[in-house]
Design a protein. Sequence first.
Length: 314
Amino acid sequence: MDGAKLATLLEYKNNGEKVVAVDVLVEVSKMYMDSAGPENLESCCTAFVESLDKDKSVDALVAALTQPTTDVGRKLNELLVENGPKDSNKPVSTALSSLLDQDLEDDDDDEEEEAPKKNTVLEPMMRGLLKVKEGKLFWAGKWALSKEKFNEGDKSKFKFVYVGDAKIIDGKSISSPPSGKYSGYFMVKDANASGGLVKVEEKGNIIKFGEKKDNGNISVSGSGENAFGEFTLTGMYSPQGGKLSIIKTYKPKDKDFEADEEEDDEDDDIEDDDPEETAQELADLKADAAEDIEVHIKRVREQAEKDKQKKQKT
């Protein structure tokens, strides 16, 4: 719900004081609950607003929700708590006050300027295991366009191999991985392609493993470039399980990475490849990409924009 639409729901008294209409409280409550809410939401909001004295301002509404003294006030408060975000540490009154102030701050009669559209930022999630095969250090697993897509199961395969300067690659490489260059590929779904997938290669990505933290995990950073553009890598590595999780950000910005340490994803497991397949993949990693993927870049960006618009509507 944007400010312009909420502003049309406002009522004004002759003293010019901003007054909360029932419709406004209903819409803001839905925003707080991030859903349409229960069927009795509108009736509860109506009864609550009507129970207020002459002062039906934002401040009066918040005050009445902070310390509800009436049955209708307590009922609305309980309704919001029951259907609101379970992980919120903010009281209902504080959250509603923030939403109201945010959306009702522009109360002049001038036409509200349209906010400039933000460029869609691609932040794919990559999660896999480090494993040593035939003297080579591999990182293989699944990736998705976002963490949300990953959790929904919309994933594809990726595989990278260490091509840096470290001379010895053995079992110790799992507990203390070498920083340096990693080259590989990831698969992009395309119904028009043979087999429904297109291989996109990346060469010479830099992956840096930091100092081990108190919990045993190692922070990871890096950078690289492919046909989608330049990107940075931010993630976490768990030596105990050999699990490396990375967020690839195509437009650099500060972003904290939260690794799902307790989540066990079966897709992280890497099955032993056939020797011929491994040899072929090593050859592929050294070869130039043969596919023209410009059309796939466009398709992925369009899908990301559609997902963003869909999320905003809900």
